[in-house]
Design a protein around this ligand. Structure first.
Ligand code: SF4
Length: 181
């Protein structure tokens, strides 16, 4: 890990983020933009860093599961029947292809629990601006590439994500692994 990146990420996540959230408390219409800015800035810094992750975790929000699906995935995403009605099927296939861990979190507390249990060296996280930015702050110094979800039906229901962006992020970390070998 490059010390100056470590320092800059710390500054962005522990100083700039709370300041922007304070400003966002007054400028509510700008809060999501500030959170997205923190996610972009963090991604930029992570992708300039040098580290060699052994264990990669793909962390997904619960709202990406089809709202009519009755399978409980929180503790075991592999219970998915892979019917293809939501992107969970494709995301599991990505995790299998690249031999990485995958989990679904219903909120910040579960996400922290998953990270504590899996102990990843790097995380590809999908979520909304709020959960992604706060999750990246919570898991610092673990390198996280954050990908914003898409919300065609509004927030927190039947959300989706660009699979290519997720795959590119996984490949970026895998590439780091290979550089070590
Ligand atoms: S792909 Fe999996 S999670 Fe999505 S609706 Fe089908 S069974 Fe449920």
């Amino acid at each position: 890990m490059k010390p100056w990146i470590h320092f800059l990420r710390g500054f962005v996540l522990k100083v700039l983020y709370p300041v922007l959230m304070l400003v966002g408390a007054f400028l509510k219409s700008k809060k999501a933009d500030f959170q997205a800015y923190i996610v972009r800035l963090n991604n930029l810094l992570v992708m300039r860093d040098s580290f060699y992750p052994k264990k990669i975790l793909l962390l997904l929000p619960h709202c990406i599961q089809n709202s009519k699906c009755d399978v409980r995935l929180t503790f075991d995403v592999y219970k998915c029947r892979r019917c293809g009605k939501c992107k969970i099927k494709d995301l599991i296939e990505l995790a299998e292809t690249y031999h990485i861990s995958i989990a679904i979190a219903t909120g910040g507390t579960i996400a922290r629990k998953v990270v504590k249990e899996v102990k990843p060296d790097a995380i590809v996280a999908v979520a909304c601006e709020r959960d992604l930015s706060s999750g990246i702050v919570d898991t610092y110094p673990i390198p996280v590439i954050g990908i914003l979800n898409e919300r065609p039906f509004g927030p927190c229901i039947d959300t989706t994500v660009c699979l290519k962006s997720v795959e590119d992020a996984i490949k970026w970390f895998i590439n780091r692994q290979e550089k070590q070998q």
